[in-house]
Design a binder for this molecule. Structure first.
Ligand code: P5A
Length: 429
């Protein structure tokens, strides 16, 4: 992408309304723009990141055996009356009437919807286990939408729903998602600690929240200092050890019953990026979702649901990856892999070399943002540091004279002088 042809409305000044760093940087970089309280436009740079986060969630769900579907944003109220949640959900639910005066709602979550799909098509235990997921916008009329996409009213969620014949099966499905979540967050460069959590309006009696420690987080959490010794960057975290350690959100933390000695207990703030629930037959029973078991008897299907805040993650990743100059994207979710910065493009030789390298990068399948404008060098560098693309490649008069370009790593500040061919080799793949 050429900057001269792109739409990237970078702000010169810090926006006054942003209270936390991720919100400030998302606005400054022109990633999002508010439409109404807690409702956002995703501009090109932000949308690219959102898609990458979404794709990692999708790949890890599929790796874990879940199957993708797409349920609607608008649902009939009748399902929620069947499950008994219609009244209970209260003012957070956006209730809508259509032209025939039928009661509808903008889905805050999809348990009822997925049970309706299940009950029409699945009849036998042989079709189990089953896990269906989708990635879809939700609406919750939060009292205090704030911190940009962190607590929105409209937000993108990955939500998966598991169906099993019995408790043992449901527990396996829950643990399967637990492990998939650790992988998902690790791929985004995040350490998310699983914590014992409240199940709230989703219900059930087993629930974990995945929390990223950050001083700007909205949750207060308690955890065993031993978590700090776990290496979350390795491929297979020891789940047995992880679940044997104590970590709980404030609402579930009971100082009387806490097994961790006070000197090892840590209190911190966290961002809830995922939440998983086991709730058994809470929805299958009132909505009549049964399967015939091996003995021919009809049983209510055992369920769990598993959410990831996809749009919230974009903010959470920035909270975890920034410095005083701007965002420092992990490569896996960066909007572009490479920022190609052309200097003195009014000079024909410089222009030719920069354009040529850009073409070669495109041909090699490298995601590159090419600053081909006639802005001052200082301003080009500042913008690229701000938007945090992992690799910068600088082409200028010296490149023309000496046949070298500068390759700079945004995260470490390290820089190398290499031939254009060597740079291409390093960045491809
Ligand atoms: C699990 C999947 C559920 O809704 N039903 C389907 C269950 N869980 S949850 O905890 O209520 O939400 C799942 C994740 O969505 C994110 N989230 C939000 N993100 C941005 N703005 C909001 N207002 C918001 N509310 C929830 C969180 O990451 C949460 O863990």
């Amino acid at each position: 992408m050429r900057v001269s042809r792109y739409f990237m409305p970078v702000l010169r000044e810090d926006p006054a309304e942003a209270e936390i760093v991720s919100h400030r940087l998302m606005l400054r970089c022109g990633m999002i723009q508010q439409a109404a309280a807690g409702i956002y436009n995703w501009l090109p740079l932000g949308f690219r990141v959102l898609r990458k986060v979404e794709q990692i969630c999708r790949e890890e769900m599929e790796r874990a055996g879940a199957i993708e579907i797409l349920m609607p944003t608008i649902q009939p109220a009748s399902w929620w009356k069947e499950s008994g949640r219609y009244e209970a959900y209260g003012k957070e639910m956006l209730r809508i009437r259509d032209r025939h005066d039928r009661e509808m709602l903008y889905g805050p979550t999809n348990e009822e919807n997925v049970v309706d799909i299940f009950r029409r098509h699945v009849k036998s235990y042989r079709q189990l286990p089953l896990n269906l997921f989708h990635i879809q916008w939700k609406f919750r009329d939060e009292i205090r939408p704030r911190f940009g996409v962190m607590r929105g009213r409209e937000f993108l969620m990955k939500d998966a729903y598991s169906f099993d014949l019995d408790y043992e099966g449901a527990k396996r499905s829950y643990e399967n998602m637990f492990v998939a979540y650790l992988r998902t967050f690790r791929r985004m460069g995040l350490v998310a600690i699983p914590m014992i959590a409240e199940s709230g309006p989703i219900g059930g009696n087993m629930s974990h929240e995945f929390q990223i420690l950050a001083s700007t987080g909205e949750s207060v959490v308690y955890y065993d200092a031993a978590f700090e010794e776990i290496d979350f960057s390795v491929d297979e975290v020891d789940v047995g050890r992880l679940t044997s350690l104590y970590a709980a959100v404030e609402e579930r933390h009971d100082p009387e019953k806490c097994p961790v000695p006070p000197e090892r207990l840590k209190k911190a703030r966290g961002i809830e990026v995922g939440h998983i629930f086991y709730f058994g037959t809470k929805y299958s029973r009132p909505m009549g979702a049964t399967v015939s078991g091996p003995d021919g008897r009809e049983v209510y299907v055992e369920m769990g649901s598993y959410g990831i805040g996809v749009s919230r993650l974009v903010g959470a990743i920035i909270e975890a990856h920034h410095d005083e100059k701007g965002i420092v994207w992990p490569e896996s979710v960066a909007p572009f892999k490479v920022a190609l910065i052309g200097l003195r493009l009014d000079d024909e030789a410089c222009r030719k070399m920069a354009d040529g390298l850009y073409e070669k990068m495109l041909n090699a399948g490298i995601e590159v943002l090419y600053d081909d404008t006639d802005e001052r060098p200082g301003s080009k560098f500042t913008t690229m540091e701000l938007i945090g693309i992992p690799w910068q490649v600088v082409v200028g008069p010296r490149s023309v004279r000496q046949g070298v370009v500068e390759l700079k790593h945004r995260a470490t500040g390290e820089s190398f002088e290499l031939s254009p061919e060597a740079v291409l080799n390093r960045l491809a793949g």
